[in-house]
Design a protein around this ligand. Sequence first.
Ligand code: NDP
Length: 456
Amino acid sequence: MAYDFDLFVIGGGSGGVRLARIAAGHGARVGVAEERFWGGTCVNVGCVPKKIMVQAAEYGMWAEDAAAFGWTSMVKGEHDWAVLAAARDAEVARLSGIYGKLLMGAGCQVFDARATFIDAHTLDVGGKRITAERIVIATGGQAMKLDIPGAEHGMISDGLFTLPALPRRVAIIGGGYIALEFACLLAGLGAQTEVFYRAPLPLTGFDQDIREALPEALQAQGIVMNAGIMPRGITRSGDGYSLALSNDALCQVDAVFFCTGRKPNTAGLGLEAAGVAMNAAGAVIVDDEHATSQAHIFAIGDVVDRLNLTPMATAVGHALADTLFGKNPRRASYLNVPTAVFTSPPIGTVGLTEAEAARLGPTDVYVARFTPMRHTISKRQGRKTTMKLVVDQASQTILGAHMLGEDAAEIMQGIGIAVAMGATKQDFDRTIGIHPTAAEEFVTLRTRTRVVGEAQ
Ligand code: NDP
């Protein structure tokens, strides 16, 4: 049977676009449908506009600190939200446009429409029946609110990027990536910010030393960190909202953000009609090749809810296109994926946490905590850097590296290469440091802080 396309991709986010472009480059006839915005969450309501706002907040801090370095005319004045929003939106529009152009330039047929399955090879694309030999689901995910009374008064993360002005008082519910990034950027721009999370420490799953160091850094910026306290309900109160808290207190704010996780975008896609299996959370179930329960239908990115990071989705999409159409079968590795949380200061991490490594066997742990040079001068509080290496004792292989401190995201990219290559502690030790930097601490961690983990 002749199909309309060799490959049809549902979803024009980072993963779907990379896959489609590469597949078309290998000679496949490719169609792509996107119902909302090209570039997906990352470009439009995620990484990109968020990072611009993080940078805006940093400028305020640098302006405040400049006086300690002798600058007399750099003062932190009023922040103009409209200027920032316009610059941010222009950049997002530029990048989103590039995504669409890249697809067309690669020879893909582009559909600004929702696509749903009619059967395992047939899609309804904006009312048109389209058939494809292979189909990739790359529909991403969306933020979820908690099911509490008055939840309709709260926003999800998308709402940050359409706010007409900086809210004066903000409540952030959740203690994960998005909650903490939003808390730092909103506080940095001048909002009174409170974070509510259920666990004793934020960032479940991250290394314990980093989790313990983070609240101090955030509190030093005036962010109120409410560990183990959650809102039970939200009501309107004057021009703002009142949060009834689990400790029976009330909190008055002007804006509420639910940053309590995301769910895969599979509802209404017709996956049942196509025979594609999902798990209880609605994520598409895939094997190691990213094939679904139908061998010719694949799923990549946040919709499989595996490691919800843009570069992971693009790596998997690229590998899948090479495998299916490039005569180059390969898989993207989910091991040793570096990641960053763009808090202030940021967190960078790669590999195993101390607790994960300890479960595998005896582990040498090296931790350093110091005030970076800039802040010995600025005297800014809460800017201590924490750096950590987690090392397999037997082989001396670096299993994990973790950092809370300025430039952590930039530094961890390079450390990530070394860890992925299987570098040992001795490889780090014989690397000459770049002086004076914070990064050099990673190659001068001489004294072991502790040994953890039992022999198996
Ligand atoms: P996270 O999974 O990071 O955090 C979710 C937060 O919500 C956690 O604090 C969690 O608490 C809390 N939570 C979930 N359910 C409940 C509940 N029923 N009651 C109370 N609290 C609850 O999700 P995010 O939404 O912050 O981010 C989604 C994903 O997007 C991230 O995991 C990451 O993969 C990606 N991302 C990456 C970024 C980056 O690379 N810089 C930036 C932003 C997002 P608990 O910890 O106790 O479970």
